[in-house]
Design a binder for this molecule. Structure first.
Ligand SMILES: [Ca+2]
Length: 412
């Protein structure tokens, strides 16, 4: 059943679509339902199953790629629009559902966590990111983002809390965006720890008035940088400057839903949704204006008009251009950087795509994109999150009302 190893000359623009084969072990559904109900740990499906996390479902797929045969296992199914995956010590995994549920996956069983704040789930908004503090083992802090408010208006908000058993305790509200907007669109809401006692949180333009991304007093359409207790770092780029919210790190963004700190360069990379052809990969430099909606390749969904008035206006003084524009549309959400496993993928970005239903492996050299490989196109569904686990495997969250989590490892 294994697919032949495919070696392409390097570099190529886009590799051919990977082929695949399903290996069915059967008897998945009943075990999965048991596990999802949290009644008891799912039974071992196969003797000698290599990991206790492999027990919720039994579907394994093999996918060919440029350098590796990939073993893709569905480890969770039947969850609703999973948004984020996070790893805790002891092979435990946290999964958010956009509707507002937080699940703990442990020993092949899902447990719902209680104690969350009231989440307003509507359209794109709801419970979004979950990220453990880098020193989680010492301090136990989990950071979560969500849509706060009601049907009249919401803001992207950040809390932190402790996990005690199956309950969140010591919930602290750290930050909320300073402008209430009608709910449903462009929340951003990814969180990234910078390793210097601060974190970044992405905030989308909230949809209705894109020009707010150029309003430097409005958090919409920005990346904010906060201390880990939610206060404003003294060395933020606009601290003390009139006309700027001091939390702002970068602005002129439409909707960033993928952000990483590169372990080799210390650079912050982000993938950003554009409208109709304006999806971007940006290298974030503090204090920079990334142009939305003045400088963009994107077009208005209704009128087809180029935002900002035409191609010549993609390059405007004082606005940074993207490092890469994803064409055709990727609809990016979820970004990981590969480290320590997957030979020939070291330092590469894995950018998940919603509407495109694929993951792009993006090879960087000296700040430029030199190669892109398409992975999993239409094999798994809409990719909402991409993370590398402490076991070195890549984990994917599939955005669907009948959503799933997949685990990807090398199977050469
Ligand atoms: Ca831009």
């Amino acid at each position: 059943m294994r697919q032949p190893f495919k070696q392409h000359p390097f570099p190529i623009s886009v590799s051919e679509s990977p082929s695949r084969a399903f290996l069915s072990f059967g008897v998945g559904i009943a075990f999965a339902l048991l596990a999802l109900a949290g009644c008891e740990p799912a039974p071992e499906a196969e003797a000698g199953s290599p990991s206790p996390m492999e027990g919720v479902t039994q579907e394994v797929m093999e996918v060919g790629s440029q350098y590796h045969n990939l073993r893709v296992e569905r480890i969770v199914d039947g969850i609703s629009n999973p948004w984020a995956i996070a790893f805790l010590p002891g092979e435990r995994i946290l999964i958010t559902e956009r509707d507002g549920a937080l699940h703990l996956l442990e020993d092949g069983a899902l447990t719902e966590i209680s104690g969350l704040p009231e989440v307003h789930a509507q359209n794109q908004g709801g419970l979004m990111d979950v990220v453990p503090h880098p020193d989680y083992e010492a301090n136990g802090w989990l950071y979560l983002t969500y849509s706060k408010g009601d049907s009249d208006g919401t803001v992207p908000a950040l809390i932190r809390a402790q996990l005690e058993g199956s309950e969140l305790t010591d919930v602290e509200e750290l930050f909320e965006s300073n402008t209430v907007t009608s709910p449903g669109r462009h929340y951003g809401s990814r969180v990234l720890f910078m390793g210097d006692g601060t974190l970044l949180m992405t905030i989308g333009d909230r949809g209705a008035e894109p020009a707010r991304a150029q309003d430097t007093q409005d958090h919409s359409g920005t990346v904010v940088r906060l201390n880990e207790d939610g206060s404003v770092p003294d060395d933020n780029p606009f601290v003390g400057q009139e006309g700027y919210a001091p939390e702002i790190y970068t602005y002129g963004h439409r909707n960033i839903q993928g952000i990483i700190l590169h372990p080799e360069t210390g650079e912050v990379w982000a993938t950003e949704h554009g409208p109709r052809g304006g999806d971007e990969l940006n290298l974030l430099v503090p204090g920079t204006n990334y142009g939305w909606p003045e400088a963009t390749l994107g077009r208005d969904y209704g009128t087809q008009e180029q935002f900002g008035g035409g191609d010549s206006d993609r390059h405007l003084p004082g606005m940074e251009e993207p490092v890469w524009e994803f064409l055709p549309t990727l609809a990016p959400s979820g970004l990981a950087v590969v480290s320590g496993t997957f030979d020939n993928w070291e330092g590469d970005l894995l950018a998940g795509g919603l509407r495109s239903e694929r993951v792009l492996r993006v090879v960087l050299e000296e700040g430029a994109v030199v190669h892109i490989e398409e992975l999993f196109t239409h094999d798994l569904g809409r990719i909402r999150d991409v993370r590398q686990g402490p076991d070195g495997a890549i984990y994917l969250a599939i955005d669907d009302s009948d959503g799933a989590i997949y685990r990807v490892e090398v199977d050469d």
